[in-house]
Design a protein around this ligand. Structure first.
Ligand code: 1CP
Length: 340
Protein backbone atom coordinates (compact mmCIF):
# COMPACT_ATOMS: atom_id res chain seq x y z
CA UNK A 1 0.00 0.00 0.00
CA UNK A 2 1.38 3.39 -1.00
CA UNK A 3 1.29 6.53 1.11
CA UNK A 4 -1.61 8.04 -0.88
CA UNK A 5 -3.85 5.01 -0.17
CA UNK A 6 -2.83 4.81 3.49
CA UNK A 7 -5.57 5.07 6.14
CA UNK A 8 -3.94 8.26 7.48
CA UNK A 9 -3.92 10.21 4.18
CA UNK A 10 -7.34 8.85 3.23
CA UNK A 11 -8.75 9.90 6.62
CA UNK A 12 -7.31 13.42 6.17
CA UNK A 13 -9.53 13.71 3.08
CA UNK A 14 -12.57 12.08 4.71
CA UNK A 15 -12.59 8.94 2.61
CA UNK A 16 -10.87 6.28 4.72
CA UNK A 17 -12.50 2.86 4.44
CA UNK A 18 -9.64 0.99 6.13
CA UNK A 19 -8.59 0.77 9.77
CA UNK A 20 -8.73 3.93 11.86
CA UNK A 21 -5.27 5.52 11.79
CA UNK A 22 -3.42 6.45 14.96
CA UNK A 23 -0.26 8.42 15.68
CA UNK A 24 0.86 10.22 18.82
CA UNK A 25 1.94 13.81 19.28
CA UNK A 26 5.59 13.77 20.42
CA UNK A 27 5.76 10.07 19.61
CA UNK A 28 9.55 10.17 19.32
CA UNK A 29 10.87 11.11 22.73
CA UNK A 30 12.01 10.39 26.21
CA UNK A 31 9.39 7.78 27.16
CA UNK A 32 11.11 5.43 24.66
CA UNK A 33 14.23 3.56 25.91
CA UNK A 34 15.65 3.46 22.37
CA UNK A 35 15.31 7.27 22.15
CA UNK A 36 17.05 7.69 25.51
CA UNK A 37 19.87 5.47 24.18
CA UNK A 38 20.38 7.87 21.24
CA UNK A 39 20.31 10.81 23.67
CA UNK A 40 23.13 9.21 25.75
CA UNK A 41 25.38 9.85 22.76
CA UNK A 42 23.98 13.13 21.40
CA UNK A 43 22.27 16.20 22.82
CA UNK A 44 18.74 17.09 21.74
CA UNK A 45 20.03 19.87 19.49
CA UNK A 46 22.66 17.54 17.96
CA UNK A 47 19.95 14.97 17.15
CA UNK A 48 17.89 17.75 15.51
CA UNK A 49 20.87 18.73 13.31
CA UNK A 50 21.92 15.23 12.18
CA UNK A 51 19.84 13.70 9.34
CA UNK A 52 20.80 10.07 10.17
CA UNK A 53 19.83 10.51 13.84
CA UNK A 54 16.61 12.29 12.85
CA UNK A 55 15.67 9.32 10.66
CA UNK A 56 16.57 6.83 13.39
CA UNK A 57 14.44 8.43 16.13
CA UNK A 58 11.52 8.99 13.75
CA UNK A 59 11.53 5.30 12.88
CA UNK A 60 11.62 4.05 16.49
CA UNK A 61 7.98 4.55 17.59
CA UNK A 62 6.57 3.71 14.14
CA UNK A 63 8.23 0.28 14.20
CA UNK A 64 7.68 -0.43 17.91
CA UNK A 65 3.94 0.34 17.95
CA UNK A 66 2.88 -0.03 14.31
CA UNK A 67 1.74 3.61 14.07
CA UNK A 68 0.02 4.89 10.93
CA UNK A 69 2.11 8.04 10.47
CA UNK A 70 5.58 9.26 11.29
CA UNK A 71 6.38 12.82 12.36
CA UNK A 72 9.56 14.66 11.52
CA UNK A 73 11.94 14.90 14.47
CA UNK A 74 12.82 18.53 15.02
CA UNK A 75 11.48 21.27 17.22
CA UNK A 76 9.24 24.26 16.63
CA UNK A 77 12.10 26.42 17.96
CA UNK A 78 14.59 25.28 15.27
CA UNK A 79 13.46 28.24 13.12
CA UNK A 80 14.48 30.79 15.74
CA UNK A 81 18.24 30.61 15.21
CA UNK A 82 18.19 31.57 11.49
CA UNK A 83 15.77 34.39 12.32
CA UNK A 84 18.53 35.85 14.50
CA UNK A 85 17.43 34.50 17.89
CA UNK A 86 19.76 31.66 18.91
CA UNK A 87 18.61 29.43 21.77
CA UNK A 88 19.93 26.59 23.88
CA UNK A 89 18.29 23.55 25.39
CA UNK A 90 19.68 23.00 28.88
CA UNK A 91 17.81 20.64 31.26
CA UNK A 92 14.55 22.34 32.16
CA UNK A 93 13.66 23.65 28.72
CA UNK A 94 14.58 26.19 26.06
CA UNK A 95 16.46 29.43 26.73
CA UNK A 96 16.59 32.17 24.08
CA UNK A 97 19.87 34.06 24.58
CA UNK A 98 18.51 37.53 23.77
CA UNK A 99 14.69 37.61 23.65
CA UNK A 100 12.66 40.32 21.90
CA UNK A 101 12.00 43.28 24.22
CA UNK A 102 11.38 46.29 21.99
CA UNK A 103 9.90 47.13 18.56
CA UNK A 104 13.50 47.64 17.32
CA UNK A 105 14.23 43.98 18.10
CA UNK A 106 11.43 43.02 15.68
CA UNK A 107 13.01 45.11 12.91
CA UNK A 108 16.25 43.14 13.31
CA UNK A 109 14.64 39.75 12.52
CA UNK A 110 16.10 37.95 9.51
CA UNK A 111 14.24 36.18 6.67
CA UNK A 112 14.80 32.41 6.71
CA UNK A 113 16.02 30.60 3.60
CA UNK A 114 14.94 27.00 4.34
CA UNK A 115 17.44 25.29 1.96
CA UNK A 116 20.37 27.36 3.18
CA UNK A 117 19.51 27.80 6.87
CA UNK A 118 17.55 24.64 7.68
CA UNK A 119 19.05 22.25 5.14
CA UNK A 120 19.68 19.69 7.90
CA UNK A 121 15.89 19.44 8.47
CA UNK A 122 15.23 18.94 4.75
CA UNK A 123 18.06 16.37 4.60
CA UNK A 124 16.46 14.67 7.60
CA UNK A 125 13.17 14.43 5.68
CA UNK A 126 14.96 12.83 2.72
CA UNK A 127 16.72 10.37 5.06
CA UNK A 128 13.39 9.41 6.71
CA UNK A 129 11.77 8.84 3.32
CA UNK A 130 14.59 6.43 2.42
CA UNK A 131 14.05 4.19 5.44
CA UNK A 132 10.25 4.60 5.77
CA UNK A 133 9.07 5.01 2.16
CA UNK A 134 5.56 3.63 2.78
CA UNK A 135 4.72 5.49 5.99
CA UNK A 136 3.05 8.90 5.68
CA UNK A 137 5.44 11.52 7.07
CA UNK A 138 4.10 14.63 8.81
CA UNK A 139 6.17 17.83 8.68
CA UNK A 140 5.43 20.64 11.11
CA UNK A 141 6.06 24.11 12.43
CA UNK A 142 4.95 26.13 15.42
CA UNK A 143 2.27 28.77 14.92
CA UNK A 144 3.30 32.45 14.80
CA UNK A 145 1.83 33.22 18.22
CA UNK A 146 3.40 30.12 19.79
CA UNK A 147 6.85 30.99 18.41
CA UNK A 148 6.38 34.64 19.44
CA UNK A 149 5.74 33.37 22.98
CA UNK A 150 9.24 31.86 23.17
CA UNK A 151 10.85 34.76 21.26
CA UNK A 152 9.52 37.33 23.76
CA UNK A 153 9.37 35.33 27.01
CA UNK A 154 12.73 33.67 26.22
CA UNK A 155 11.66 30.38 27.81
CA UNK A 156 8.63 28.25 28.61
CA UNK A 157 5.97 29.72 30.90
CA UNK A 158 2.57 28.87 32.35
CA UNK A 159 0.95 32.13 31.28
CA UNK A 160 3.34 33.88 28.81
CA UNK A 161 2.51 37.29 30.27
CA UNK A 162 5.34 39.10 28.45
CA UNK A 163 4.27 38.19 24.89
CA UNK A 164 0.60 38.89 25.61
CA UNK A 165 1.55 42.29 27.04
CA UNK A 166 3.96 43.06 24.14
CA UNK A 167 1.23 42.61 21.50
CA UNK A 168 -0.92 45.27 23.20
CA UNK A 169 1.88 47.60 24.25
CA UNK A 170 3.44 47.63 20.76
CA UNK A 171 0.56 46.67 18.43
CA UNK A 172 2.33 47.69 15.19
CA UNK A 173 5.55 45.86 16.05
CA UNK A 174 3.42 42.94 17.24
CA UNK A 175 1.60 42.73 13.91
CA UNK A 176 4.93 42.96 12.07
CA UNK A 177 6.36 40.15 14.22
CA UNK A 178 3.35 37.89 13.57
CA UNK A 179 3.45 38.70 9.83
CA UNK A 180 7.19 37.96 9.70
CA UNK A 181 6.56 34.62 11.36
CA UNK A 182 3.57 33.71 9.15
CA UNK A 183 5.56 34.43 5.97
CA UNK A 184 8.59 32.42 7.12
CA UNK A 185 6.58 29.52 8.56
CA UNK A 186 4.58 29.20 5.32
CA UNK A 187 7.77 29.11 3.29
CA UNK A 188 9.36 26.58 5.67
CA UNK A 189 6.35 24.21 5.48
CA UNK A 190 6.38 24.49 1.69
CA UNK A 191 10.09 23.56 1.67
CA UNK A 192 9.31 20.55 3.90
CA UNK A 193 6.66 19.42 1.39
CA UNK A 194 9.11 19.83 -1.49
CA UNK A 195 11.64 17.73 0.48
CA UNK A 196 9.07 14.91 0.80
CA UNK A 197 6.66 15.23 3.74
CA UNK A 198 3.16 13.91 3.00
CA UNK A 199 1.21 16.20 5.37
CA UNK A 200 1.94 19.23 7.54
CA UNK A 201 0.78 20.13 11.03
CA UNK A 202 0.79 23.63 12.51
CA UNK A 203 1.21 23.47 16.31
CA UNK A 204 -0.69 26.32 17.93
CA UNK A 205 0.25 25.23 21.43
CA UNK A 206 -0.36 28.57 23.15
CA UNK A 207 -2.92 30.42 20.96
CA UNK A 208 -5.58 29.00 23.30
CA UNK A 209 -4.51 31.60 25.88
CA UNK A 210 -5.76 34.48 23.75
CA UNK A 211 -9.10 36.31 23.89
CA UNK A 212 -11.37 35.57 20.93
CA UNK A 213 -10.37 38.87 19.36
CA UNK A 214 -6.68 38.16 19.96
CA UNK A 215 -7.03 34.65 18.59
CA UNK A 216 -8.57 35.99 15.39
CA UNK A 217 -5.84 38.56 14.83
CA UNK A 218 -2.72 36.67 15.96
CA UNK A 219 -3.65 33.01 15.33
CA UNK A 220 -6.57 32.48 12.91
CA UNK A 221 -5.61 35.05 10.22
CA UNK A 222 -1.92 34.07 10.21
CA UNK A 223 -2.85 30.35 10.10
CA UNK A 224 -4.95 31.07 7.02
CA UNK A 225 -1.96 32.82 5.38
CA UNK A 226 0.38 29.92 6.21
CA UNK A 227 -2.02 27.31 4.84
CA UNK A 228 -2.42 29.32 1.61
CA UNK A 229 1.36 29.16 1.11
CA UNK A 230 1.52 25.46 2.06
CA UNK A 231 -1.43 24.49 -0.13
CA UNK A 232 -0.20 21.66 -2.39
CA UNK A 233 -2.58 19.16 -3.99
CA UNK A 234 -2.62 15.85 -2.14
CA UNK A 235 -0.78 17.16 0.94
CA UNK A 236 -3.24 17.62 3.82
CA UNK A 237 -2.83 20.48 6.29
CA UNK A 238 -3.53 19.86 9.99
CA UNK A 239 -4.16 22.57 12.57
CA UNK A 240 -3.63 21.72 16.25
CA UNK A 241 -4.96 24.21 18.78
CA UNK A 242 -4.43 23.54 22.46
CA UNK A 243 -7.72 24.74 24.09
CA UNK A 244 -9.72 24.97 20.88
CA UNK A 245 -13.30 25.21 22.15
CA UNK A 246 -13.65 29.03 22.37
CA UNK A 247 -12.61 29.51 18.72
CA UNK A 248 -14.44 26.79 16.77
CA UNK A 249 -16.45 29.28 14.68
CA UNK A 250 -13.23 30.95 13.47
CA UNK A 251 -11.42 27.68 12.89
CA UNK A 252 -14.29 26.46 10.74
CA UNK A 253 -13.33 29.17 8.20
CA UNK A 254 -9.61 28.31 8.06
CA UNK A 255 -8.67 26.49 4.85
CA UNK A 256 -7.24 23.19 6.13
CA UNK A 257 -8.20 19.53 5.87
CA UNK A 258 -7.78 18.36 9.48
CA UNK A 259 -8.31 19.93 12.89
CA UNK A 260 -6.54 18.36 15.86
CA UNK A 261 -8.54 18.68 19.08
CA UNK A 262 -7.05 19.10 22.57
CA UNK A 263 -8.01 16.78 25.42
CA UNK A 264 -10.23 19.32 27.24
CA UNK A 265 -12.66 19.58 24.36
CA UNK A 266 -15.76 17.51 23.60
CA UNK A 267 -14.95 15.69 20.37
CA UNK A 268 -18.48 15.29 19.03
CA UNK A 269 -19.27 18.97 19.75
CA UNK A 270 -16.11 19.98 17.87
CA UNK A 271 -16.80 17.80 14.84
CA UNK A 272 -20.35 19.14 14.68
CA UNK A 273 -18.98 22.72 14.63
CA UNK A 274 -16.36 21.87 11.97
CA UNK A 275 -18.37 20.44 9.05
CA UNK A 276 -16.30 19.15 6.15
CA UNK A 277 -13.11 18.88 8.21
CA UNK A 278 -11.42 15.70 9.33
CA UNK A 279 -10.92 15.39 13.08
CA UNK A 280 -7.88 14.26 15.03
CA UNK A 281 -7.65 13.63 18.77
CA UNK A 282 -8.08 13.69 21.68
CA UNK A 283 -7.20 11.28 24.51
CA UNK A 284 -5.86 13.01 27.62
CA UNK A 285 -2.13 12.09 27.75
CA UNK A 286 -2.34 11.57 31.53
CA UNK A 287 -4.86 8.72 31.03
CA UNK A 288 -1.88 6.62 29.89
CA UNK A 289 -0.69 6.58 33.53
CA UNK A 290 -3.89 4.81 34.62
CA UNK A 291 -4.78 1.11 34.49
CA UNK A 292 -4.69 -0.63 31.09
CA UNK A 293 -8.40 -1.31 31.46
CA UNK A 294 -9.05 2.37 31.88
CA UNK A 295 -6.81 3.21 28.91
CA UNK A 296 -8.81 0.87 26.67
CA UNK A 297 -12.19 2.05 28.02
CA UNK A 298 -11.38 5.70 27.39
CA UNK A 299 -9.90 5.01 23.97
CA UNK A 300 -13.03 3.10 22.96
CA UNK A 301 -15.26 5.83 24.38
CA UNK A 302 -13.60 8.40 22.10
CA UNK A 303 -14.01 6.12 19.10
CA UNK A 304 -17.67 5.62 20.03
CA UNK A 305 -18.30 9.38 20.20
CA UNK A 306 -17.31 9.85 16.55
CA UNK A 307 -20.06 9.84 13.97
CA UNK A 308 -18.04 9.59 10.75
CA UNK A 309 -15.07 7.26 11.19
CA UNK A 310 -13.97 7.81 7.57
CA UNK A 311 -12.63 11.22 8.57
CA UNK A 312 -11.16 10.41 11.97
CA UNK A 313 -7.54 10.10 13.09
CA UNK A 314 -6.89 8.93 16.63
CA UNK A 315 -4.29 10.87 18.61
CA UNK A 316 -3.67 12.23 22.08
CA UNK A 317 -5.09 15.63 22.94
CA UNK A 318 -1.54 16.98 23.53
CA UNK A 319 2.01 15.57 23.58
CA UNK A 320 2.83 12.28 25.29
CA UNK A 321 4.61 12.74 28.64
CA UNK A 322 8.18 11.54 29.31
CA UNK A 323 7.46 8.72 31.81
CA UNK A 324 4.46 7.23 29.99
CA UNK A 325 4.29 3.39 30.28
CA UNK A 326 4.97 1.70 26.94
CA UNK A 327 2.19 -0.89 27.52
CA UNK A 328 -0.37 1.92 27.58
CA UNK A 329 0.69 3.12 24.16
CA UNK A 330 0.48 -0.43 22.78
CA UNK A 331 -2.99 -0.81 24.32
CA UNK A 332 -4.22 2.39 22.66
CA UNK A 333 -2.90 1.39 19.23
CA UNK A 334 -4.40 -2.09 19.51
CA UNK A 335 -7.80 -0.75 20.64
CA UNK A 336 -7.91 1.74 17.76
CA UNK A 337 -6.85 -0.79 15.14
CA UNK A 338 -9.36 -3.40 16.34
CA UNK A 339 -12.27 -0.95 16.39
CA UNK A 340 -13.40 -1.62 12.83
O1 1CP B 1 15.41 16.09 26.09
C1 1CP B 1 14.95 15.87 24.96
O2 1CP B 1 15.22 14.83 24.34
C2 1CP B 1 14.10 16.95 24.34
C3 1CP B 1 12.62 16.74 24.49
C4 1CP B 1 11.98 17.29 23.22
C5 1CP B 1 11.59 16.55 22.11
C6 1CP B 1 11.67 15.07 21.93
C7 1CP B 1 11.74 18.65 22.93
C8 1CP B 1 12.06 19.78 23.81
N1 1CP B 1 11.23 18.75 21.67
C9 1CP B 1 11.11 17.50 21.11
C10 1CP B 1 10.69 17.17 19.75
C11 1CP B 1 9.47 17.79 19.22
N2 1CP B 1 8.94 18.98 19.67
C12 1CP B 1 8.69 17.33 18.14
C13 1CP B 1 9.02 16.14 17.25
C14 1CP B 1 8.90 14.84 17.91
C15 1CP B 1 7.58 14.13 17.85
O3 1CP B 1 6.50 14.75 17.83
O4 1CP B 1 7.64 12.91 17.83
C16 1CP B 1 7.62 18.22 18.00
C17 1CP B 1 6.48 18.10 17.03
C18 1CP B 1 7.81 19.25 18.93
C19 1CP B 1 6.94 20.41 19.02
C20 1CP B 1 7.08 21.37 20.14
N3 1CP B 1 8.21 21.80 20.78
C21 1CP B 1 6.00 22.12 20.65
C22 1CP B 1 4.59 22.03 20.11
C23 1CP B 1 3.88 20.82 20.57
C24 1CP B 1 3.34 20.83 21.96
O5 1CP B 1 3.64 19.89 22.70
O6 1CP B 1 2.58 21.76 22.30
C25 1CP B 1 6.49 22.95 21.66
C26 1CP B 1 5.69 23.93 22.51
C27 1CP B 1 7.89 22.75 21.74
C28 1CP B 1 8.86 23.46 22.61
C29 1CP B 1 9.61 22.49 23.44
N4 1CP B 1 10.55 21.64 22.95
C30 1CP B 1 11.00 20.82 23.94
C31 1CP B 1 10.34 21.19 25.16
C32 1CP B 1 10.59 20.58 26.49
C33 1CP B 1 9.43 22.21 24.80
C34 1CP B 1 8.45 22.89 25.74
C35 1CP B 1 9.11 24.04 26.39
C36 1CP B 1 8.22 24.74 27.38
O7 1CP B 1 7.30 25.48 26.99
O8 1CP B 1 8.47 24.57 28.59
Amino acid sequence: MGVTDSPFIQACYGRNKGRIPVWIMRQAGRYLPEYRAVREKASFVEVCRTPELIAEVVRQPVVRFGLDAAILFSDILTMLTPMGLPFEFPEGGPRVADPIRTPEDVERLVEVDPEKDLGFVLEGIRAIKKILPDTPLIGFAGSPFTLACYMIEGMGSKSFDKPRRFLHEFPDAGDRLIAHLARNIGRYLKAQIEAGVDAVQLFDSWGGMLSREGYFRWSALPAQKIFETARIAGVPRILFVNNITPYLDMIRDIDCEVVSIDFRADLSHCSEKLPGKSIQGNLDPSVLFGSLRDVVTRTTRILGSIENHDRFIFNLGHGIQPQTPLESVSAVVEAVHNYR
